[in-house]
Design a protein around this ligand. Structure first.
Ligand code: EAX
Length: 326
C-alpha cells in the first residue's frame, strides 16, 4: 500500500524546492518624504536594482509622502512586519534605541571620509546590531546630510542669535536637548512642516540643504546658517520578524543591494550640495556661511554628560566613537 507514495516523494520534494526558489518576495518599503528626497532616492534605487537582479522575483512597493504615517509610525509598522522595510532618518530612532544618539552627536564628524569610515565600519555595525533588540534589522546607512539652521526672524551667526527662537526639531530627545542648550525654544514635530513654518507656528527648523530645495523652504524662510551641527544619517532597515523568515541567499541579496543603493545616494547627495546652495541664494535666502562654530560647539559640549547619554551602553559607545573621530 505504501510503495506508490514513497515513490512519489522525490517528485513532491522537487516541486516544493522549485516553488521555494521561484517564490515571489513582495516588500513594502516606507519613507515619510516625497519623490526627489534623499530617502526616496535610496528607495527608488533599491527597487530598481533588486527587481532587475532578482529577475522580477523580488518586488518592491514604495509608500512615500506620509501615506503610511510619519517616521515613528513607519518604524512601529516595521516592528510588526506590516511594512517590511524603511529608510528612516536617524532622529526618530531615539525612542526605539537610544544608542542611535551616538551617531547623531553634535559636531561629531570632521568630513564625509570620516562619516563613511565610522558608519561603514565596526562601530556602525555595532549600532545596526543593537537595533535588533527593538525588532529592527539594521542593514546600512544612507544620508540626509549635515543639518543647517533656517529661520524667519534674523541672521544667525552666534548662539546668542538663537536665543528664544522657536525651532522645530525631530521627535528626538537628543535634538531637543541640543537646541535647549543653544538657548532656543525647541518644538518636536513630525515631518512635514511647511504649513507650520508658513503660518509662523515655528520660527525655524534645521535640515540638510536638499530639504530647503525639495520642500521649497526658500519660499518661507529668509535666513539660513551653515551650522552643520549634526550629521544626519538615515538608517536603512528591515523588519526583524520578516528578516528571520528569509533564506540566506535572499538576505545577502537584500543586504548588498541596499548598501549599493545607499552608496549611490550618498555620492549623489554630496555632489549636489554646492549647486543647491547657489540655488537657494538665487531664490533670495540670506546665507551666513561662516558662523562662529566654536561658540556653537562650546555651548553643546556638555551634552554628553546629560540624561541623554546616561545609559552605560550608550555612553560606552559614545566614548569610543568620540575617540575614533578625534
Ligand atoms: O528628511 O524630520 C526631519 O527633519 C527629517 O530630516 C525629514 O526626514 C526630512
Amino acid at each position: 500500500m505504501r510503495k506508490p507514495l514513497i515513490a512519489l516523494l522525490p517528485l513532491l520534494l522537487l516541486c516544493v524546492t522549485t516553488i521555494e526558489a521561484t517564490a515571489e518576495i513582495r516588500i513594502k518599503l516606507g519613507v515619510v518624504t516625497k519623490p526627489g528626497s534623499a530617502q526616496n532616492i535610496v528607495a527608488d534605487k533599491f527597487k530598481e536594482l533588486i527587481e532587475s537582479s532578482s529577475e522580477g522575483n523580488v518586488k518592491v512597493q514604495i509608500f512615500h509622502s506620509k501615506s503610511i504615517g510619519n517616521e515613528t509610525e513607519i518604524l512601529q509598522q516595521i516592528q510588526m512586519n506590516t511594512i517590511q522595510m524603511g529608510i528612516i532618518t536617524g532622529g526618530p530612532f531615539d525612542t526605539f534605541d537610544p544608542i542611535v544618539r551616538v551617531i547623531n552627536y553634535p559636531f561629531l564628524f570632521k568630513d564625509y571620509a570620516q562619516v563613511d569610515e565610522i558608519l561603514d565600519g565596526p562601530l556602525g555595525a555595532e549600532i545596526l546590531k543593537s537595533l535588533e533588540d527593538a525588532g529592527v534589522k539594521g542593514l546600512c546607512f544612507s544620508e540626509n546630510g549635515f543639518r543647517n539652521l533656517t529661520n524667519n526672524r534674523r541672521a544667525v551667526s552666534h548662539p546668542k542669535d538663537v536665543e528664544g527662537l522657536k525651532i522645530r526639531v525631530m521627535a528626538s530627545a537628543m535634538h531637543k536637548t541640543i537646541w535647549q542648550q543653544l538657548g532656543a525654544n525647541p518644538t518636536p514635530m513630525p515631518w512635514p512642516i511647511y504649513t507650520e513654518l508658513e503660518q509662523g507656528v515655528i520660527d525655524g527648523q534645521e535640515n540638510p540643504l536638499w530639504v530647503m530645495e525639495v520642500y521649497k523652504f526658500y519660499e518661507i524662510q529668509d535666513h539660513m546658517t551653515l551650522t552643520r551641527h549634526v550629521y544626519s544619517p538615515h538608517i536603512d532597515v528591515a523588519s526583524l520578524l520578516w528578516w528571520n523568515t528569509l533564506d540566506q541567499g535572499t538576505r545577502k541579496l537584500i543586504q548588498s543591494t541596499m548598501y549599493e543603493a545607499a552608496v549611490h545616494q550618498r555620492k549623489l547627495n554630496r555632489e549636489k550640495n554646492s549647486a543647491r546652495l547657489d540655488f537657494l541664494k538665487s531664490k533670495g535666502m540670506r546665507v551666513v556661511a561662516s558662523p562662529d562654530i566654536g561658540a556653537f560647539r562650546a555651548r553643546v559640549a556638555g551634552i554628553k554628560d546629560t540624561e541623554i547619554y546616561k545609559d552605560p551602553r550608550v555612553r560606552d559607545l559614545l566614548i569610543r566613537v568620540l575617540e575614533a573621530t578625534k
